[in-house]
Design a binder for this molecule. Structure first.
Ligand SMILES: *Cc1c(COP(=O)(O)O)cnc(C)c1O
Length: 382
């Protein structure tokens, strides 16, 4: 990949990460932050983000898979790493070789991992996942199914050492009465597990429950860690979702592309595949070098989504192509080949947000950011 500020590129502001971690810390009292950098730090660049987090003082990272953990180790990061997801048996040797903590997705999984560790005479560090309502991974602990004995047995394994315990929220982003009742029930269930473990003489180790919205809406719950992925990036899932706090986050990502061609078209002439844009008046059209293969969703075509050229808002017109798309720059003087178009970020006095693109694509920033094209270089903010 040519790492240049041309064609289509992302700029990352690592200084804003420290600010965002500071803002996050204000919400959660003495709880520490485990920075979740899975999926290439939601597409932002895992190593850049992790190193900025490390410089700020983060001592625990969360990833989704063993290869993501290895990337951090290969970049020289010595901090604790928790794999939140599933690690297949053929990769288990990395867990002890690279000192990576595995989450226990089920009691059966914990037993198999213990057999492996025993046969290799190694200790594998783990955090016990308790499923209080997501019904994705973890040992069930819900009002209808409380598998407490399995949690106890997971702690009693000889070669898998559970030195932490966690659970996950499915609706902490929703302040509605049903959702908040559910989330509070989960907090109660998690605390019940912790109390019962202590009553059984078991030290639960490190405790953590909150994802980003868990932090924003439930703030300080007093656990050892919380697990934000979005917040260090200065993002929420959708800026229209109401939250219980007023943090001041700065998005760390900007997205740019170059203008390749500028031309005037006349009434009746159409733009792009499908001919969905037809000029009603003489229109100055700029082509830019970014498309859906760069992560700009084709779904946002012809919805009036705006980008910035010379600091002025210009609508996208016509269908987004794989590597290119077009904008109406009639209102902007002197647009030329090579000019910089800002799709996410600031230009002059104007700002365009990831949220605007995300909303037109009917998704959340988590998905949009993590699907930004692999071919788009992630560069340092200029
Ligand atoms: C992805 C993930 C997180 C991060 O949560 P965000 O709300 O996306 O910041 C935390 N915990 C678990 C288990 C996750 O899978």
């Amino acid at each position: 990949m040519l790492e240049s500020y041309s064609r289509a590129w992302i700029e990352i502001d690592p200084d804003a990460i420290a600010h965002n971690l500071e803002e996050t810390q204000k919400l959660i009292g003495s709880t520490k932050i485990m920075a979740i950098v899975k999926a290439n730090a939601y597409g932002h660049g895992d190593i850049t983000v992790a190193k900025a987090c490390q410089a700020w003082g983060i001592d625990f990272f969360g990833v989704s898979s063993v290869d993501e953990a290895l990337r951090l180790r290969q970049a020289g990061l010595q901090e604790n790493i928790l794999i939140l997801g599933y690690t297949p048996e053929e990769h288990w040797h990395y867990l002890h070789e690279q000192n990576v903590t595995q989450s226990l997705c089920s009691y059966a999984y914990a037993c198999k991992l213990n057999d492996y560790a025993k046969s290799h005479d190694v200790i594998i560090h783990a955090h016990c996942k308790v499923d209080t309502g997501m019904n994705r991974t973890g040992i069930l602990y819900q009002p209808q199914e409380k598998h407490f004995e399995d949690i106890v047995r997971a702690y009693q394994l000889d070669y898998v050492q559970a030195d932490g315990i966690f659970s996950h929220f499915p609706v902490s982003d929703d302040l509605g009465i049903d959702a908040s009742t559910f989330t509070k029930q989960q907090i109660g269930l998690f605390n019940e597990v912790l109390d019962r473990l202590k009553d059984n003489g078991i030290d639960p180790g490190l405790t953590h429950l909150q994802n980003s919205y868990g932090i924003l809406n439930y703030q300080d719950l007093g656990y050892d860690y919380c697990r934000p992925g979005l917040l260090p990036l200065g993002l929420t899932s959708d800026d229209q979702i109401p939250i219980a706090t007023q943090p001041d986050f700065i998005p760390i990502l900007s997205l740019y592309a170059n203008v390749s061609v500028v031309k005037w078209i006349q009434p009746g002439m159409s733009v792009s595949y499908g001919r969905h844009f037809i000029a009603q008046k003489p229109t100055k059209v700029a082509t830019m070098s970014i498309g859906y293969a760069d992560g700009l969703p084709r779904l946002i075509s012809n919805q009036g989504v705006e980008v910035l050229v010379h600091g002025k808002r210009c609508p996208l017109i016509g269908n987004i192509c794989m590597d290119q798309c077009m904008i109406d720059v009639t209102q902007v003087d002197n647009v030329q080949e090579g000019d910089i178009v800002c799709l996410i970020g600031h230009q002059g006095k104007e700002q365009v947000t990831m949220d605007a693109i995300t909303r037109s694509a009917h998704t959340i920033n988590n998905e949009l950011a993590s699907t930004l094209g692999a071919r788009v270089p992630r560069l340092k903010k200029r």
